[in-house]
Design a protein around this ligand. Sequence first.
Ligand SMILES: Cc1cc2nc3c(=O)[nH]c(=O)nc-3n(C[C@H](O)[C@H](O)[C@H](O)COP(=O)(O)OP(=O)(O)OC[C@H]3O[C@@H](n4cnc5c(N)ncnc54)[C@H](O)[C@@H]3O)c2cc1C
Length: 305
Amino acid sequence: MEKDYQLIILGGGPAGLAAGIYSARNKLDSLLIEKAMVGGLAVYADLIENYPGFPDGIGGLELGELMLRQAEKFGLKTLTAEVTGLDLADSRKTVRTRESDLTARALIIALGSERINLDVPGEKEFVGRGVSYCATCDAAFFQEKEVAVVGGGNSAISEALHLAKFAAKVNIIHRRNQLRATPLFADKAKSDPRINFIWNTTVDAIEGNDNVEKLRLVDVLTGQKSTLPVSGVFVSIGQRPNTVLVKGKVPLDANGYIITNEKMETGLPGVLAAGDIRSNSIRQTISAAGDGATAAIYADRYLGA
Ligand SMILES: Cc1cc2nc3c(=O)[nH]c(=O)nc-3n(C[C@H](O)[C@H](O)[C@H](O)COP(=O)(O)OP(=O)(O)OC[C@H]3O[C@@H](n4cnc5c(N)ncnc54)[C@H](O)[C@@H]3O)c2cc1C
């Protein structure tokens, strides 16, 4: 395999793939490196209903495959490998994998983020069948049903407020007796008649047959167990950006996400970032793809300058 490129794209989710389509179509000698399945987090979405151009929705896996086909048609090269190290100090950047070192004048970092899971029985089994990590994506499937949101931060409250527009009742299950969310946001949730709070409580198990039917709960103060019948549970206990490799090398925000300007530039010449890994990303397929396109265009301008 060739070792030197104009542009290397790290990560094969929607951000990396969109960057790949734009850069390959602009005739940049580009390589995309992905450690797992191309398509990124979106492959876990059974049906994506809010990506433009698919009025009947599209499976995340299929969307990823279509994006890859489109990028490869324009000449994007791909490599299945885990990126294990980055040297960003020189004008030619080095990307290390277990097998080889590769170099490029420009990099687009699109390594996404990882959600923090509840890690309780039933969680994995019911993903896409009542367990969700994204109310923007899945709230519409729970019209007039009873659901739960697990968490107490701004994301959890935002998920609950969005769900309350669809569901008959939204139970916020929080392990403490007060929210971590900002007071203005918390007050909005407390005054919403469709939102109910279950304090000092954790989820012990998620149960059902074909789909989620109930949650097993534990009161953390008394140890008392109870059951909550729900059709869906939205886990919102945090995300972890995949920024271990760039810590101390590019500016990160307080939560560890990469800070960029509107051109997706990180401040380090030739190093751009796109998608869910970016500070203040709305963490959607469309925003990731948009970021990827923007990053590829500004990487092209950097390389042509
Ligand atoms: C269950 C589920 C349902 C969703 N439903 C929707 C929906 O309906 N609509 C919507 O708009 N969005 C949805 N999303 C969100 C959407 O999937 C993400 O916003 C989007 O995938 C982010 O794209 P990204 O390219 O920034 O990151 P990711 O998709 O996370 O891609 C990052 C890629 O980088 C790779 N990677 C990480 N570390 C390394 C490494 N060291 N070396 C090599 N590769 C690496 C990962 O394997 C991954 O493929 C959903 C997410 C989930 C989990």
